[in-house]
Design a protein around this ligand. Structure first.
Ligand SMILES: Nc1ncnc2c1ncn2[C@@H]1O[C@H](COP(=O)(O)OP(=O)(O)O)[C@@H](O)[C@H]1O
Ligand SMILES: [Mg+2]
Length: 328
């Protein structure tokens, strides 16, 4: 048994934007490494502004994009080793949940069809009677039931209810890892906490790890065991959530912390995105230096190395704030 459930090892994704000839390379994910232990299920939140590479990273973990550099290892199996890839096993182990549940379910099929299909096609249930049981159980784990859901179409549910149905569908395969990309972004503010609380419950009850991708920092800080902050494709800070919240090491994390709004509010509007996106993605030195209040000449000369802060923490900064605090 591998001691890591997931290892993301120096992964990069480069897109060519604006045509083949005059186009530019956009490093959407830039040398990102992180991991999830096998023995203790966790909720790892990946946070950052819109466009920082969260979805691209999650698509690579879901095998929807191939990394251009680096490798991903799930349960000891490398994605680079195509021969050992078993698509069915992968679907059982890793389940996605997407932002807009109304897009996950067609308006023409009743939603229970999707749950039955997952149960029957992936061999969780051998026949309809078994599937009834599996589907009902999964729905009950999210506070619903087959009796309530059966025969209904997506539009007959609220966004929050329908997102719970998509979580139930994901649970049917008894996955080890659920990757939820902005699962509460399209959901009514009053239901957001309901969904993230459900992640906590399912982590404890079924020992499922979650990668929770969000730009809603307040829910991320509330629900996470670990937080990974992305900035322009780079993982700039990573570690146990509480330590990061109490004592951010990266100036960008500090900036985010100072602008955390109430649950449900979006913070993307409060931090202005300068109109230098392309340029900033391409800088050879620290990508945050142009916006950093503490930047020195050193920061404008070289890319910072990942600094191991101990206690499972990592920061990508020439002058980490915690260290500075200690020295002061
Ligand atoms: N298929 C693609 N082709 C070209 N550029 C892309 C593609 N997907 C994403 N990008 C770009 O990569 C960057 C990161 O995008 P994305 O991962 O969707 O960010 P996030 O999910 O954090 O909002 C953005 O600048 C986006 O425009
Ligand atoms: Mg996204």
């Amino acid at each position: 048994m591998a001691d890591k459930l997931l290892e993301v090892k120096g992964v990069s994704k480069i897109f060519r934007v604006g045509g083949m000839l005059r186009g530019k390379k956009l490093v959407a994910v830039d040398n990102v490494s992180l991991s999830i232990d096998d023995d203790k299920p966790v909720i790892l939140s990946i946070v950052g502004e819109s466009g920082c590479g969260k979805s691209t990273l999650c698509k690579m973990i879901l095998r929807l994009h191939n990394p251009d550099m680096g490798d991903i290892v799930l349960d000891g199996k490398s994605y680079a080793d195509k021969k050992s890839y078993d698509p069915k096993q992968f679907k059982l182990d890793v389940q996605p949940i997407f932002q807009n549940p109304y897009e996950s379910f067609s308006a023409r099929k009743t939603v229970d069809t999707y749950l039955y299909n997952t149960a029957l096609r992936l061999g969780i249930a051998k026949n309809r009677a078994e599937a009834d049981k599996v589907v009902d159980e999964a729905l009950k784990s999210v506070g619903m039931s087959l009796a309530v859901v059966k025969g209904k179409y997506a539009t007959q549910f609220s966004g929050g209810e329908l997102q719970r149905v998509s979580i139930a569908r994901a649970l049917i395969t008894r996955p080890k890892l659920i990757i939820a990309d902005e699962p509460v972004a399209a959901i009514d503010a009053s239901m957001k906490m309901n969904i993230v609380n459900l992640f906590k419950e399912l982590r404890d009850k079924y020992k499922i790890s979650f990668i929770y991708i969000t730009h809603d920092l307040s829910t991320a800080y509330y629900v996470s065991d670990y937080i990974a902050t992305l900035y322009r494709g780079c993982l700039i800070e990573y570690g146990p959530a509480k330590q990061i919240m109490d004592n951010p090491a990266h100036p960008y994390t500090e900036l985010l912390m100072s602008s955390v709004p109430r649950v449900g509010d979006k913070w993307e509007k409060e931090i202005a995105m300068p109109d230098m996106e392309g340029k900033e993605y391409a800088v050879e030195y620290c990508k945050f230096a142009p916006r950093c209040p503490y930047a020195t000449d050193e920061c404008r000369q070289k890319r910072p190395d990942a600094t191991d802060m101990g206690n499972g923490r990592m920061v990508l900064c020439c002058h980490p704030l915690c260290q500075q605090t200690k020295e002061a």
